[in-house]
Design a protein around this ligand. Sequence first.
Ligand code: NAP
Length: 308
Amino acid sequence: MGAFELNGKVALITGASYGLGEVFAHRMADIGADLVLTARSAEMLEGVASAIRAKGRKVTVAAGDVSVEDDVRRVVAAGVKDHGKIDILVNNAGISDMRGLTSENYDTETFNRIFAVDALGVFLYAREVGRHMLERRSGSIVNICSIMGSGANELNVIAYTAAKGAVRNLTQQLGCEWADRGVRVNAVSPGFIATEMTRAAIEGLGMADYIASRTPMRRIGDADEVANAVIFLASDASSYITGHDLLVDGGTNASNGTFQVRPGHFDWGAMIGKPVIPGGYEGMVPLPERFSLWAAGIPGVHYELPAG
Ligand code: NAP
């Protein structure tokens, strides 16, 4: 493991009661980290903490809301008091919005709430833990951003997209400001991962296949694949990296949108009676169903998402 190990380090993880944060907590504990876990649901946090304590790690639980300044101060103080220091902050807590509302119809209340949790919450934790890290001239902060933070999307979540864009810029700004004082600040931007946040889209709307069909790797991601990137940026293995946004998205962002269009050579081949690429590429199947999906337009943009 070498530089990837977290032996002797203390990591504070927000949004650790379930979802990606719970996976990060286990994975970081497995390679030596002691933990400070926070989220709003105290009982669920205790459940995660006791499973990790059973592995022999020291875990502090401090419930709180990331958008409430007093909660943030209290949680950070509890962590420092219990462990004497915080080496790693994973700014993971976040909320989204699956209603598929177009921007002209978006309500101010939801916009403010998503910004308060996804952007302000990240800043409050970065500032509070950052002060402590700057004093010690040592620390690594990993902000969980999203591929939606570096471009537009088809899901109509203007508040989430804007907030994640803010997180991406904030990561670069803090990364530069604190670079010469021993504190690194990076981001991890996942693509579509199955968690509570996306369950409505996966189970209710059946969107996993749709998302996979427009991801170059042709599948949605796994929480452990995101955890690998978080561990890399949290650990000394990334000691010369700061202000970076590491995309864990199966190539979605790199595809620049072109992957959303059905590969045309299948049509051209069919028109002249013989495929240009006989049999097609492996993993890229000229399914008529895929074309009809595309022809119907984009859910939430060209036709309404089903209610509920
Ligand atoms: P999730 O399953 O909904 O979990 C969200 C976590 O955040 C929970 O632990 C929740 O705990 C906590 N949380 C929510 N609001 C909070 C608040 N106000 N204060 C404190 N904690 C709060 O979501 P996830 O998929 O694991 O998402 C984790 C992060 O990854 C988010 O920042 C999300 O935007 C990002 N992300 C996810 C995906 C994806 O496809 N899943 C893709 C890109 C980025 P409580 O309810 O107990 O507070």
